[in-house]
Ligand binder design. Structure first.
Ligand SMILES: Nc1ncnc2c1ncn2[C@@H]1O[C@H](COP(=O)(O)OP(=O)(O)OP(=O)(O)O)[C@@H](O)[C@H]1O
Length: 477
């Protein structure tokens, strides 16, 4: 008696596993389900038409030899391709069988086997009519070009790698290109500039920018609507995929798993991936190791805070672009020297200034700039968190942050706790009870007492006052 199809397929897998990289095996062979053997025809189920094409293109020789080894020289292979039936929600996916005259005859296989009839429909989760490849809207902001992106020491590597990628997507060593850095420093702008240039140089390429949150929502919806195949198929046909803020995937295992497959697929097909995050891969938390290791395959380039000259150049460029020439150099210098941490805030200050000046019909002088920028800078300070203050205070006194939570009455810890409470009250909007509950689980009266004690000490002890000034400067830095 001949062995059953499951045993045959398992034997094939054992051989295949030894002959291809583990990643390829997991990606391309683990999802296959053997269905039957009839008259020496082994039927295997694959998750998508693309999958089938990929197997045919890359693994047919290996498949041929292993299946022939198991079933003899008259062995044939047939695929059953899973397609979703869009009209029947919540039902098992249908399978589209290859017509019998297209069976892969392993003795005399045609050079390229086609699924001759229509391919399974690939739905576009962005709901763009006409799901053909060319119709995918890249979701790019036309302002985010390289021309509108000012080069500085802070972004030189990321920018030049981005330009290289745009000229040769998927063909450089920078795949994925992983751009990271703090908020408002231009990661999205840069990632989109690459997409815009790819479309300029290669209009036929499918480019897609998507924020990690949107990707996650689409994925969840596809699970709910039983259209995961469409979701996967859609993303697997993109030539340049830009995912912004990938740190948002942290802790979302299923989304990570799906993204992992999309990543592998695109990477193996020589497609370009561009990812942005607020941290370097080594510092990311809540992400699967296998995904993090892939993030490190290409180039990780950070963008950091721009220096003064770059900030001035950015402001001048914005004004030039908007056709405004009524702002003097002293005003630009004032903004650039006072807002240094975030380019979005730099732009925000400029916009507020222009708006106020127009509304109040005021000339934009250095004094007007000062009043607006000072408000913005103060607002930023108020957004400091209690946790951050505790960290700075503990660093200053050489204590572990945990020590503030302990019940100990040791003098240096009690004092550090009081200092942290004092600065939390004066530099954040948190209430006394919110501060107390965060710092050592104390009540509002304890916080009030701490503030009074610190105030008294500042007035009576010069050394203590100096220390407080140093700590405050560090918090505000
Ligand atoms: N080098 C630059 N030249 C000109 N404008 C810039 C530059 N870098 C950033 N910007 C502008 O600053 C603003 C914020 O940039 P962007 O949204 O790309 O930051 P981000 O790092 O992606 O922030 P987040 O992590 O918060 O999403 C945008 O309007 C962008 O055009």
């Amino acid at each position: 008696m001949k062995p059953g199809y499951e045993i045959v397929w398992n034997n094939c897998l054992n051989v295949i596993k030894d002959n291809i990289p583990q990643i390829s095996f997991k990606t391309w062979f683990e999802p296959i389900v053997p269905l039957k053997i009839e008259s020496d025809v082994l039927t295997i189920q694959v998750p998508s038409a693309f999958f089938y094409e990929y197997l045919e293109e890359h693994f047919i020789d290996l498949l041929r030899s292993t299946i022939r080894r198991e079933l003899g020289h008259s062995a044939k292979l047939e695929y059953s391709v899973v397609v979703d039936n869009p009209h029947q929600k919540n039902q098992q996916p249908l399978t589209q069988r290859l017509p019998s005259n297209n069976r892969t005859d392993l003795r005399n296989r045609p050079v390229s086997m086609q699924m001759n009839s229509e391919k399974p429909v690939v739905k576009n989760p962005f709901v763009i009519p006409g799901i053909k490849k060319l119709n995918v809207d890249p979701q790019l902001n036309s302002d985010y070009t390289f021309e509108n992106h000012i080069e500085g020491e802070c972004n030189r590597l990321a920018r030049s790698a981005g330009m290289a990628v745009a000229k040769n997507p998927g063909k450089t060593a920078f795949n994925p290109l992983f751009l990271y850095g703090n908020s408002g420093l231009g990661k999205t702008h840069l990632a989109q500039a690459i997409g815009i240039d790819v479309k300029k140089y290669f209009p036929e390429k499918t480019v897609l920018y998507v924020n990690a949150n949107k990707f996650q929502t689409q994925f969840t919806e596809s699970v709910r609507n039983n259209t995961q195949n469409d979701f996967l198929n859609f993303y697997q046909m993109i030539d340049v995929l830009i995912i912004d803020d990938v740190q948002e995937f942290a802790g979302k295992e299923k989304t990570q798993n799906t993204f992992f497959h999309i990543f592998n697929h695109l990477h193996q097909m020589g497609k370009q991936l561009i990812l942005t995050a607020d941290k370097a891969p080594v510092e990311m938390k809540g992400m699967e190791d296998r995904l993090l290791s892939r993030f490190k395959w290409g180039l990780s380039a950070d963008v950091h805070i721009p220096d003064y000259d770059t900030r001035v150049a950015i402001l001048k460029h914005k004004l030039y672009k908007d056709g405004i020439n009524s702002i003097g150099g002293d005003v630009i210098e004032y903004i650039a020297s006072n807002i240094s941490q975030n380019i979005r805030e730099l732009e925000g200050a400029l916009i507020s200034l222009l708006a106020q000046a127009t509304l109040n019909k005021k000339e934009i002088t250095r004094e007007v700039a000062m009043s607006i920028v000072d408000k913005l800078v103060k607002k930023t300070q108020k957004e400091l968190s209690v946790d951050y203050i505790q960290q700075i205070v503990c660093d200053y006194f050489g204590l572990a942050v945990d020590s503030l939570q302990s019940k100990t009455r040791k003098r240096e810890i009690v004092q550090a706790r009081q200092v942290a409470m004092y600065f939390s009250k004066s530099l954040t909007n948190s209430s006394l009870s919110a501060i107390g509950s965060k710092i050592g689980k104390k009540d509002h009266a304890t916080v009030l007492h701490a503030c009074k004690t610190v105030n008294n000490l500042i007035e009576t002890d010069k050394d203590f006052k100096n220390q407080m000034q140093e700590i405050e400067a560090q918090i505000k830095m």
